[in-house]
Design a protein around this ligand. Structure first.
Ligand code: FES
Length: 64
């Protein structure tokens, strides 16, 4: 599923780029060599980035 139509960013690509980054959504887009255009996707993309960050944090807590 595409999260960002303008940049053809798939949800799985965004999740991979967000993992372990600690970055905000625009920085994650930059990691993919993209930048927001119409910005319609940013709320959904931000939720995914936040989710990946929370999962990483949870994993670190479980490993400790
Ligand atoms: S849908 Fe992502 S910038 Fe337009």
């Amino acid at each position: 599923m595409f999260i960002c139509v303008c940049n053809a960013i798939r949800e799985c690509e965004l999740r991979r780029a967000a993992q372990g980054s600690g970055a905000d959504v625009e920085a994650v887009y930059a990691r993919l060599g993209k930048r927001p255009q119409c910005r319609q996707c940013l709320d959904d993309a931000e939720a995914i980035v936040f989710e990946e960050r929370a999962l990483a944090c949870h994993g670190q807590l479980r490993a400790a």
